[in-house]
Design a protein around this ligand. Sequence first.
Ligand code: C2E
Ligand code: MG
Ligand code: MG
Length: 696
Amino acid sequence: MNPDNSLDAERSLLLSTLEATADGILVVDTTGKIVRYNGRFVRMWRIPDHVLASRDDEKALAHVLSQLREPEAFLAKVRELYANPEADSFDVLHFTDGRVFERYSIPQRVNDKAIGRVWSFRDVSDRVDAVRALRRSETLLAEAQELSHLGSWERDVATGDVVWSAEVYRMFGLVDGTDKPTPFEEFDHPDDAELVQRKIQEARSACGSYDIDHRIVRRDGTIRWVQERGDFQPDHSGKAHRLLGTVQDITDRKEAEQRLAHLAHYDSLTGLPNRTLLADRLLQALAYADRHELLSAVLFLDLDRFKNINDTMGHSVGDALLKAVGQRLRATVRDTDCVARSGGDEFVVVLTDVQNVRAVAKIAQTLVRRLADAYVIGGREMFATASIGVSLYPDDGRDVETLVRNADIAMYQAKERGGNGFHFYTASMHAEAVKRLLLENDLRATLSNGGFVMHYQPVVSMLDRSIVGAEALLRWPHPTAGLLPPSDFIPFAEETGLIVPVGMWALRAACKQLQAWQTAGCAPARMTVNVSPRQISEPDFVELVSGALDEARVHPRAIELELTETAVMADVERSVRVLAWLKAAGIRTSIDDFGTGYSSLGALKRFPIDTLKIDRTFVREIRRDSFDEAIASAIIGIARNRRLRVVAEGVETSEQFELLRRLGCDAAQGYIISPPLTAEQFERFTASHRSAEVTG
Ligand code: C2E
Ligand code: MG
Ligand code: MG
């Protein structure tokens, strides 16, 4: 083969290779003179034909520089490289029209000696554009996520690895790059955590998706509302292996919703529930009353002459007054009761969990009184009163509307009576409630000023008719009704619990009287005092009694407490204990009205008592009815057997007296001897009785 030929072939192979490369190639000698270039170089640099034709390197360089964004920098680089023929160099060139070239400049060596340089240029505009576009779209996405408070995230189900978008970090109050993403569970609000985890588990086992609004707690303690959506992706076997999701901060929306709900349900002036919410609450109260077999009451309240206040003192004063009224109502009733403003100067109070009509009347009265107290508004004292109408569930209506309407009607009745008061919807209920309320008020007043009196009924021995005792009996000198017997107020006092202080008052009064008589030397041997069941169920009953005796300096043996048969039988175990305590304290006890209750003789055996009192009903018929005589006889027989004293009550005739004496009764009390007497009358009776004994 001709060596020239082979050299030619190699040359043309090299040249064609040069033409076929994807880069623009320029070969220069060490002085920078152009030796060769390929077609792509010409096309990439858009070198016009006339410049090529001129073969003027300066012109070509000028053309190249004219297209660059920073020609001086490039020129400086070129010069630097000619000064350093051995240096490699890489650079990125930015064109004024936006194109981007990567530039390489590599020495061309022959026998290890640099004979020139190869410049190659690669157009990377498309790639740079793509990267730029990607960046732009990423930025756009991040911006969009930030704007919509939407973050996206991904989780590997098996490894638990998580990836978050920038907005997720922001939402959770963390810093992208510094803080590590963790599973969301860590942030779940404790009240929501269970529900959230359950929903996620359900979605996971179905390899489906979930969507839930819940609260998160950030590390700094602030609470945000988020909407979390997730979608489990199955692996080839259909099992969930990836979880993709979004999370959006919806705190603003939730707050707006809550504000709206508040506006829709609360009165803006007083902050109380409005009519809409009232209806709701009342409905709940009625359901509650049904379930627990309790009463519910609706109190419709309207301020008296409010228009006057508004007109003369101005609306701002009127508004301040309404606010103050709302606060007083709220402060007066229980937290579980509902206080609402139904419009203008009208308020509605719903009482739940009420035991009886009297309790409702009491609350109504308290509200009327509280509202009538002075208000200080704008530094000035002023007064306002209210009228209240009351309706009761279920008596006065079975639904919300009827109850409110009837309470409103009753309110007008209260207004007609001059305002500053309350009225029940039903007239009879009103009368009864008012009567009881007045009674309770009077009873309390009498108690606090010690306005009761005691009467004393002599008890005489059946052997010689000598006075062996006195039964202390309570009387109430009522301001309008006169002297009331116990039957008119004791049952009521028991119902209200007032019997406890009233009974203690009676015991103290009797002890004091006994002490006075002992000092005067005219005391009966024993003073009997009645005790009601409510008293003995007080935990400190025995201490109270001992205290009263000590206070009056009365010997325990001189006092006998009467407990009715029904009272001791109500709670046998407790009675046995109380009676034993009393006995230990040296205080005598008797069972009153024996024979009227349902004593089991077995129980009687366990009571450590001293006396049995045969009830008046057996004594009354004792002559005419042989059965009553048999009962009296049996009671005396039992008493004898148990070594108890027997006292007959309500002995009115000498026949009854004689018969009882023959049956073996120890003592008697009744009209045949004397009715109950005032203290002075009792003293006179004792004196004359003694002289009768002496003369008789
Ligand atoms: P009691 O303990 O059985 O009192 C006897 C009642 O019979 C007294 O009525 C008395 O006035 C009446 N009485 C006495 N002799 C005769 C009579 O010959 N014929 C008739 N028809 N009645 C006679 P009073 O004073 O009205 O007391 C009624 C009940 O009130 C008492 O029944 C007693 O259970 C209760 N009571 C009275 N004072 C008190 C008290 O201080 N505390 C408590 N817890 N209850 C009292
Ligand atoms: Mg009695
Ligand atoms: Mg009695």
